[in-house]
Design a protein around this ligand. Structure first.
Ligand code: ADP
Ligand code: UVW
Ligand code: MG
Length: 373
């Protein structure tokens, strides 16, 4: 038994779990929310971490695993955190301003609290280290791109690694022989084409802003829009705020929560209906692209908050694709469950799966391995 303390320190919350890396069973866990807000769970990340430590009491983990969103080109696998490594994260914050600075606060507080055990960083970007140059290169001036480290990285890799292995189990095949398209649809959302366990393309890019429509992020837009708004007087911080926090479902409808948008659409709200149409259109765009990138798929997989719980989203993504061997079982799709399951018809050439992700367990396993325990 190896007890691991997993910390996912985000912009306004710290999610944590204490679990056994071998069995996967969680002993305890929780979330300190709305950090820094009036009436929130804590004044700052340090205070939040102190609260969590108080809940942990006498528990003493063998290793601490930290989610770090951006590992840049340098970190392609889980890494034991030293002072030097921590200093490098500071520099990477520029690449993921929404995520990395908060990850780092969690690391600092936890390293101070558990000074005598190894701390391991597990990166969202690491799974995509297998992307080839054609997939990761932006067609920019090569000198500018090199000088500023501009390329695509991809995110949600910890979730993709976990889900891909689960899919292989569920399908009863070796991962090495499978072509998978995985939709990770949470607040942040992306999709990944996985060939034999290797990421060959993914919708997020240099930052977690590219690709799908998200809760508050626009995903793909014509970069010319930014020049247009800049000429109209918007500043860089305003544009950043607009695309990262004020767009997506929130920007189009006033709420970034898929449950609320669906409820409004079901109630006849045309703004919500149109926003969902945009969201689904983008999902289908990437489904088509990745079917071709892989040369066909063995399975299409849905995971994270929306992917696991929204039958409408799954149906809208794959409907009308019988000609591609993609046949949803509408009854299986509608049934709610927290289990990994098949939701395609028996005669569907391409299997459709729902697999609840477990980033905490994946982080715990990788932390144990990297620490050599
Ligand atoms: N039953 C449901 N139907 C539709 N959407 C849901 C349902 N349950 C959760 N969601 C959506 O899942 C999203 C949050 O996903 P989650 O993976 O928890 O996000 P994150 O970890 O990125 O914060 C929210 O948009 C939420 O509305
Ligand atoms: C990378 C990313 O978008 O993460 P999250 O979904 O947690 O915002
Ligand atoms: Mg998530």
């Amino acid at each position: 038994m190896t007890t691991v303390f997993v910390v996912n320190s985000g912009s306004s919350s710290i999610k944590w779990e204490l679990l056994d890396a071998e069995s996967g069973s969680a002993y305890s866990g929780g979330i300190v929310e709305r950090i820094g807000e009036p009436g929130g769970g804590a004044a700052n990340h340090d205070e939040g971490m102190q609260q969590i430590l108080a809940v942990l009491g006498d528990e003493h983990p063998a290793v601490v695993g930290h989610r770090v969103v951006h590992g840049g080109a340098e970190f392609s696998e889980a890494t034991v955190i030293t002072d030097e490594v921590e200093a490098r994260f500071d520099e990477l914050s520029v690449l993921a301003p929404l995520h990395n600075p908060e990850n780092l606060k969690g690391i600092r507080a936890a390293r101070a609290a558990f000074a005598d055990v190894p701390h391991v960083a597990v990166f969202d970007t690491a799974f995509h280290a297998t992307l080839g140059p054609a997939a990761y290169t932006y067609a920019l001036d090569a000198t500018v791109a090199r000088e500023h480290g501009i390329r695509r990285y991809g995110f949600h890799g910890t979730s993709y690694r976990y889900v891909a292995n689960k899919a292989a189990e569920l399908l009863g095949h070796e991962l090495a022989g499978l072509k998978l398209i995985v939709f990770h649809l949470g607040n942040g959302a992306s999709v990944c084409a996985i060939d034999g366990g290797r990421s060959i393309d993914t919708s997020m890019g240099m930052t977690p802003l590219e690709g799908l429509v998200m809760g508050t992020r626009s995903g793909d837009i014509d970069p010319g829009v930014l020049f247009h708004l800049g000429r109209a007087g918007m500043t860089l911080p305003q544009l950043d705020q607009l695309l990262n926090r004020g767009s997506g479902l929130l920007g189009m409808t006033g709420t970034g929560d898929m449950r609320d948008v669906q409820a409004a659409a079901d109630g006849g709200d045309t703004t919500a209906q149109e926003a969902l149409a945009v969201y689904f259109h983008r999902l289908r765009h990437y489904l088509g692209a990745y079917l071709v990138a892989l040369g066909g798929a063995d399975a299409i997989i849905f995971t994270a908050g929306v992917g696991e719980n929204s039958p409408t989203t799954r149906r809208e993504t794959v409907s009308g694709l019988g000609g591609f061997g993609i046949e949803l079982d509408v009854h299986a799709n509608s049934r709610s469950s927290s289990q990994a399951r098949v939701i395609s018809r028996h005669d569907s050439a391409v299997k459709i799966l729902v697999i609840p992700t477990n980033e905490e367990l994946q982080i715990a396993r990788e932390a144990v391995d990297a620490a050599g325990l």
